[in-house]
Ligand binder design. Structure first.
Ligand code: PHE
Length: 381
């Protein structure tokens, strides 16, 4: 009878196999075509029936034991190999990146951050409103009724009537001279892309009690396109509602804002009488510039004047449309093109490049994500 005890030593070798290669060599030596166990299985065929009854179960038992020992050892070695790989590839995600930052902050976003910083220092909060606006907030409540020529001047993008959505109506329930907010009309209002940020004045006055001090930066839309106009552009609205507010407060605020924004003390403003339906009196504000090597630089006024914003004292009808008593509350408002501010401060000359998404332009004019504007550090310096 054959002695199978030598197979015990293979069991020990499998358990002690130092790595996957050694284990594979062992597996072939035991279970492979030329393997010792395969040879023992072949021998069974030449045995007598009596021998086979005794030896057969033993051989099969060894085969089962060795097969499972190899599988167990393989699993252990696989797990150890994975652990070693993971340890080798360990990354500390909390470490700062050592590659240059890939993206940049768009000048428009940078200027919006600068505005928020400057006006926060003056006690203004940032307000927002929807870009898809209704007729009432964009025009009617701003003292621009249906027949008003200013509506035509705004080159409005209107939505098809079937694209109208049900709007949340907010505001006073009483019918003011300028009508009620859309919900009061009961039907779906005419929807449009807001042509200016001024509807945020209305939304803020309806939602908050005065005193109010807000700026509202955001996207605005007009059907207009050339080197200085794009169908989508950015504005910032300013609104102050309080008691005893005068044109003097408006002028001081704008002067303080523009000095901080352009980081110069020699900013000179010129207020020209103008007309906006929602302010009375209204003023267009020019900022003086000087010519340096043929280029216009904001500051002084030796070179001429550039229009930067529209402003005025909030019209009593607008205050009344928002459910406030104009005899008690007054205020001023202004609206300013953000893209134009960015162009003047950072020296770009084609507005269209703002929205081309050209990576070279963005690399050149963009700002580091870590370069957060602060008043102490210099806004956008
Ligand atoms: N909404 C006006 C415009 O877009 C600007 C403006 C805002 C004027 C607030 C006066 C007061 O032209």
């Amino acid at each position: 009878m054959s002695d199978l005890t030598y197979l015990e030593s293979y069991l020990h070798q499998v358990d002690a196999a130092p790595d996957l290669t050694a284990l594979e060599v062992l597996r072939v030596a035991v279970l492979g075509k030329q393997g010792v166990l395969t040879a023992e299985l072949k021998k069974l065929g030449q045995m007598t029936a009596e021998e086979r009854v005794v030896i057969g179960p033993l051989v099969h038992q060894y085969r089962a034991e060795l097969t499972s020992a190899i599988a167990t050892r393989k699993a252990a070695l696989d797990a150890a190999a994975l652990d070693a790989r993971l340890a080798g590839e360990r990354l500390d995600m909390t470490l700062p990146v050592d590659a240059p930052l890939a993206g940049t902050i768009h000048p428009v976003s940078q200027v919006m951050d600068e505005l928020a910083e400057i006006f926060a220092d003056l006690g203004f909060a940032v307000a927002t409103g929807p870009e898809i606006e209704d007729d009432w907030h964009n025009f009617t409540a701003l003292n621009i009724p249906e027949s008003h020529p200013a509506r035509a001047m705004h080159d409005t993008f209107y939505f098809e009537p079937q694209a109208r959505t049900a709007r949340d109506g907010q505001g006073p329930s009483s019918d003011g001279e300028l009508g009620s907010p859309p919900a009061g009309l009961g039907s779906s209002p005419r929807m449009l892309l807001r042509t200016h940020t001024s509807p945020v004045q209305i939304r803020t006055m309806l939602a908050q009690k005065p005193p109010i001090r807000i700026i509202a930066p955001g996207r605005t839309y007009r059907s207009d396109s050339d080197a200085t106009h794009t169908p989508m552009f950015h504005q910032v609205e300013g609104l102050v509602i309080d008691k005893g507010i005068t044109l003097g407060h408006l002028k001081w605020t704008l002067e303080t804002f523009l000095k901080a924004f352009f980081e110069r003390d020699d900013i000179v403003l010129r207020l020209r009488p103008s007309y906006f339906p929602f302010t009375e009196p209204s003023a267009e504000v020019d900022v003086g510039y000087t010519l340096e090597k043929g280029k216009r630089v904001i500051g002084g006024s030796g070179g001429g004047w550039m229009e930067v914003l529209g402003s005025g004292m909030v019209h009593p009808r607008v205050i009344a449309a928002c459910g406030l008593d104009p005899d008690e509350w007054q205020g001023f408002a202004f609206g300013c093109g953000i893209d134009r501010l960015a162009m003047l401060k950072y020296g770009m000359d084609d507005l269209r490049a703002f929205f081309d998404g050209d990576i070279r332009w963005l690399k050149h004019y963009g700002f580091s994500a870590l370069d957060v504007p602060t008043l102490s550090g210099g806004v956008g310096a």
